[in-house]
Design a protein around this ligand. Structure first.
Ligand code: SAM
Length: 275
């Protein structure tokens, strides 16, 4: 029986007198076809990281497509189940920890190409993603299942309500792809909302010095969302420089940060460095 099935999940929970824990965002996948599709798509490297393996539905499929799997699980009850199920599987490395506490500088796969795959709990989606984005790991692809509205936010276009500094930063670093919608019916217990799988594929070599300055600039531009770009930049640059920036972008003087594309922000960096 596949782990990703109602039969397995309900049986194991009942046998161990467990129930899905809301505080850890536990909703288990129970559709093997969907899980297989996600895993196949996600595994673009031999080494894979999974955050929150739960009972192992996704882990089981990931092991079909990768060589080594490092899985981090915060719930001791889940860790016990995983140890039992994957007892004979030497390629599966389960660690009982909050992923947010993992020191990514000292992991065994630090210098290897890796991929990341996770059915993320809602409450911790953003900090986990940003921990990955900010790490020095050689990540080739991050594939995550998130609530549909979170996926929409990552895909937000210039000018939309959800478009913010993070949208610009993520777009600078990654190609963000909406992989598929996933119905709430494929989870146990069934959540209130549908989910979606999105992926992040790095676009460019990392340049930490440039990033530091660029991200700071972008964050400053969005500092006060309702204010104009001119207003948000006035503590950083003199009026002349701000006018030069706005003119070079071909924008009105009243332009706001949310009206600017990634290309506009990159152009802004060029203008600032022309000095
Ligand atoms: N991967 C399983 C599946 O798809 O059926 C379970 C997914 S469930 C939505 C999220 C899992 O993440 C749970 O097992 C939960 O205990 C675990 N989790 C929650 N917060 C975590 C954290 N900060 N670090 C590691 N695991 C976490």
């Amino acid at each position: 029986m596949n782990i990703a099935s109602y039969g397995y999940v309900s049986k194991i929970l009942e046998e161990r007198e467990l129930s899905a824990k809301k505080k850890f965002g536990q909703n288990f996948l129970i559709d093997a076809n969907i899980v297989d599709k996600i895993a196949r798509n996600a595994c673009v490297a031999d080494t894979c990281i999974e955050i929150g393996p739960g009972l192992g539905a996704l882990s089981e499929m990931l092991l079909k497509y990768c060589q080594e799997l490092y899985a981090y699980e915060i719930d001791e009850d889940m860790v016990e189940c995983l140890h039992r199920v994957f007892e004979e599987e030497e390629r599966m490395h389960v660690e009982y920890t909050d992923f947010l506490d993992v020191d990514l500088e000292s992991v065994p796969y630090k210098d290897q190409d890796i991929c990341v795959c996770s059915n993320l709990p809602y409450y911790v989606t953003t900090p986990i993603l940003f921990k990955l984005f900010e790490s020095d790991l050689k990540i080739r692809k991050i594939t995550v299942m998130v609530q549909k509205e979170v996926a929409d936010r990552f895909k937000a276009d210039t000018g939309s309500e959800d478009y913010n500094a993070l949208s610009v930063i993520v777009r600078y670093l990654y190609d963000v792809k909406y992989e598929m919608s996933v119905s709430k019916n494929v989870f146990y217990p069934k959540p209130k909302v549908d989910s979606a799988v999105i992926s992040f594929t790095p676009k460019r070599e990392r340049d930490k010095a440039f990033e530091k300055e660029f991200f700071e600039l972008v964050k400053n531009c969005f500092r006060m969302r309702r204010k104009t770009l001119r207003n948000n930049l006035k503590d950083l640059y003199d009026e002349e420089m701000i006018s030069k920036i706005i003119t070079s972008l071909n924008k009105k003087d009243s332009v706001r940060a949310q009206e600017l594309s990634l290309e506009d922000y990159l152009k802004m960096m060029e203008v600032i460095h022309e000095r």
